[in-house]
Design a protein around this ligand. Structure first.
Ligand code: AMP
Length: 377
């Protein structure tokens, strides 16, 4: 079904977090209506959508009923089951299609896809038992990281193993479930490419973004990344090959490690707009969220030109420890943009919002974004 979904139509979003919220804001600006579906109530997306449906993703009747009220369905949450995506696809176009989701929602499947298609990945092995874990650690070497195969994000389900004797303890921590064991990569930088593929196969990307994580959670993103041109070109060509191999429609992010000897390794694929692309909202002609709307609706992709160097820092729940942050203090910096996701409960490690700073240089943007966050505390 190659139908174009024109403004005035209704977009259905499975998932209701901040990615959905920002996609919904972009969609509404373009004259679309937005319905969101998730188990939550008064969600970040629901607060800005025309309609918030509260039901479980496993409730296929509810998914079908939701699909009947919209003209296209997309996701902001990638752990929707294949069955749910298929139930929706009986009724309306689902973009990206469910099989792209199926590949990327489980680490061992994703690693298998990447390796089978010749993409450079971190050495890793899948394990199902404690014995297999011990053998894999012997082969891969320590230090290693054990990650649950399913449903991992923001470092959830990830455990570092310093020695083979540690296997027992870590197997308990991963909950005795299928996992992958990866060598710890000695990287000089983490990078990402947020890319999009239109319904007609057109490709667009936002260049290479440089990322710093703290406790496995994204902390800082900087664009453009400070990397040599050949590294940037290779990262973009890998992202292009990934979207083409997946026959993808929509926005997708490929995350990389740049090793100390200059090699790019793919760490993960996110089949949706990505935290590292939030800075495109303020810095680019078309944001990753508008691009997602354009792609899934079958419209031409927009220009991704970046207007000024930009840096983004996440605002996690910890920032609320001593009460409400000093918003006015940070916004006194005029090139700082504040984004809050409408989450009522600032738990530690929870992404509550972000700030983006724009400057004439990336260094200036980083300095300002970090200063803005310090002023909030
Ligand atoms: P992930 O959920 O796999 O994207 O991991 C989140 C973050 O944990 C990454 O962005 C890295 O900062 C760190 N990490 C994950 N896997 C590895 C690895 N094999 N080697 C070094 N750092 C890693």
């Amino acid at each position: 079904m190659n139908r174009v979904i024109l403004p005035g139509s209704t977009i259905g979003l499975l998932g209701s977090g901040q990615l959905g919220r920002m996609t919904a804001l972009a969609a509404r600006r373009m004259g679309y209506r937005v319905h969101t579906f998730s188990p939550g109530e008064d969600t970040p997306t629901g607060q800005v959508a025309d309609l918030e449906i509260t039901a479980e993703y496993e409730d296929l009747d509810a998914i079908r009923a939701f699909a009947k009220g919209v003209q296209v369905i997309t996701f902001e949450f990638e752990n929707v089951s294949t069955e749910a995506a298929a139930a929706a696809a009986e009724i309306v176009p689902v973009r990206p299609h469910g099989s792209a989701l199926h590949v990327t929602q489980q680490r061992s499947r994703e690693k298998g896809f990447l390796a089978d298609h010749g993409f450079p990945v971190t050495p890793c092995e899948g394990v199902h038992t404690l014995d297999e874990l011990a053998v894999a650690l012997g082969r891969i070497g320590v230090p290693a990281i054990v990650k649950t195969a399913a449903f991992g994000y923001d470092g959830k389900g990830q455990h570092r193993v310093a020695s083979i004797e540690d296997a027992d303890r870590v197997w308990g921590l991963v909950g005795h479930q299928e996992a992958i064991v990866e060598r710890v990569v000695d990287f000089s930088l983490e990078l990402s490419v947020v890319a999009a593929r239109g319904l007609d196969g057109t490709f667009a990307h936002f260049g290479v973004i440089e990322n710093e994580h703290r406790n496995h959670i994204l902390d800082l993103s900087v664009s453009p990344a400070r990397v040599p041109d050949d590294v940037a070109a290779e990262a973009i060509s890998i992202a292009r090959a990934v979207v083409e191999q997946l026959d993808y429609v929509g926005v997708l992010c490929v995350e990389f490690f740049l090793t100390r000897n200059g090699r790019l390794l793919v760490n993960e694929i996110a089949p949706r707009p990505h935290n590292s692309g939030h800075l495109t909202f303020d810095a680019c002609v078309t944001s990753q969220f508008e691009q997602q709307v354009r792609a899934v609706c079958g419209l031409p992709l927009g220009a991704t030109t970046q207007m000024r160097p930009a840096a983004m820092v996440n605002l996690l729940g910890e920032l609320w420890t001593d009460g409400e942050p000093d918003w006015g203090g940070a916004l006194a910096l005029p090139d700082v943009k504040l984004h809050l996701y409408g989450k009522p409960d600032p738990r530690p490690r929870r992404k509550m919002g972000h700030v983006t700073a724009l400057a004439d240089t990336v260094e200036g943007a980083v300095e300002m974004a970090v200063a803005a966050r310090a002023l909030l505390a």
